[in-house]
Design a protein around this ligand. Structure first.
Ligand code: SF4
Ligand code: SF4
Length: 239
C-alpha cells in the first residue's frame, strides 16, 4: 500500500517515465496547418513544372544517347592515348606503389630494339578498385584519367581485369625520337584488353583463367573495342 502511493506521487523515483502531454490544437487550426504544408510542397512542384531546365532528375535509360556524367564522376580507370594511339606511361610504377588496395600492376619489359625498360602491361582490377583517384593524382605524366562510363556490369568477373595500354613499348616522347619508321614498328607490340596475365602479378587466381582473344572477342586494337570507353564492352560480349 505504501509502495503504490509512492509511485503515484513520484513516478520517476519508482522507475516509471510518463510521456509529456501533447498540445491539442483546435480543429480549424489543424486544417489550416495541413493546407499550408500542402501548398509549400506544391510550390516546389510548380517551380520545376515552370522551370524544366532546373530539373536534376535524369530520365535514364531513355536519355542514354545524350547523357553526360559529371566530370568528377569516377567509373573506369583509363590510360590516355593520343590521336596516334600513343601513351606517355614510362612504367615508373608510382601509381602501383600508391594504390591502397593493390588494384594496379605495372608489368615492365626491356625493349627488343633499345633494351630500355618500358611498359609491357598496365593491369587494372576494377573489381577491387575503390575509385579513390590516388593513381590519377600521383602519376607525374598525367597518363591516367577516370572515365564516366558507368555501364560496366558483366557476367564474368574476369572481365573486371583490364590491360589499359594499347601497346607495349616506349612512351610517346621517346618513340618520337626514333626517326626510322621501320625501327619504330619493331619497338612496339599491340596489347589488348583481356589477353594479359589475369589477374595481377602474372598469377592466376583459383578458378579465374586468362581470357583468350577469341573468347573475349577483342580486336587487338584494330576495331575500336580496345578504345578507352569500354565500360560496357564486357556486358556486350557476354550476351
Ligand atoms: S582509384 Fe584508387 S583503388 Fe583504384 S586503382 Fe587507383 S589508386 Fe587503386
Ligand atoms: S601511369 Fe604514371 S605513375 Fe603509373 S607507371 Fe605509368 S607513368 Fe608511372
Amino acid at each position: 500500500m505504501m509502495q503504490a502511493t509512492d509511485k503515484q506521487e513520484n513516478p520517476t523515483r519508482s522507475g516509471l517515465v510518463t510521456a509529456p502531454e501533447l498540445k491539442r490544437h483546435g480543429f480549424f487550426r489543424n486544417v489550416f496547418s495541413g493546407i499550408k504544408s500542402l501548398l509549400e510542397g506544391m510550390k516546389v512542384t510548380f517551380h520545376y513544372l515552370s522551370h524544366p531546365s532546373t530539373v536534376v532528375t535524369q530520365q535514364y535509360p531513355e536519355n542514354r544517347a545524350t547523357l553526360k556524367m559529371m566530370e568528377r564522376y569516377r567509373a573506369l580507370l583509363t590510360m590516355i592515348h593520343d590521336e596516334n594511339g600513343l601513351h606517355k606511361c614510362t612504367g615508373c610504377q608510382i601509381c602501383h606503389d600508391n594504390c591502397p588496395n593493390a588494384s594496379i600492376n605495372v608489368v615492365t619489359r626491356s625493349n627488343p630494339v633499345s633494351g630500355k625498360k618500358e611498359l609491357d602491361r598496365y593491369i587494372w582490377r576494377m573489381d577491387s578498385c575503390t575509385f579513390c583517384n590516388l593513381c590519377v593524382q600521383v602519376c607525374p605524366f598525367g597518363v591516367l584519367k577516370m572515365d564516366g562510363s558507368f555501364e560496366g556490369a558483366v557476367y564474368d568477373r574476369r572481365l573486371f581485369v583490364f590491360t589499359l595500354n594499347h601497346y607495349a613499348g616506349p612512351a610517346a616522347g621517346l618513340l618520337a625520337k626514333v626517326a626510322d619508321p621501320e625501327e619504330r614498328k619493331k619497338m612496339i607490340e599491340p596489347r589488348d584488353r583481356y589477353s594479359g596475365p589475369v589477374p595481377l602479378n602474372g598469377q592466376e587466381l583459383a578458378g579465374v583463367k586468362a581470357l583468350k582473344k577469341a573468347e573475349s572477342g577483342c580486336c587487338g586494337g584494330s576495331g575500336g573495342c580496345c578504345s578507352d570507353s569500354q565500360g560496357s564492352q564486357g556486358s556486350k560480349e557476354m550476351k
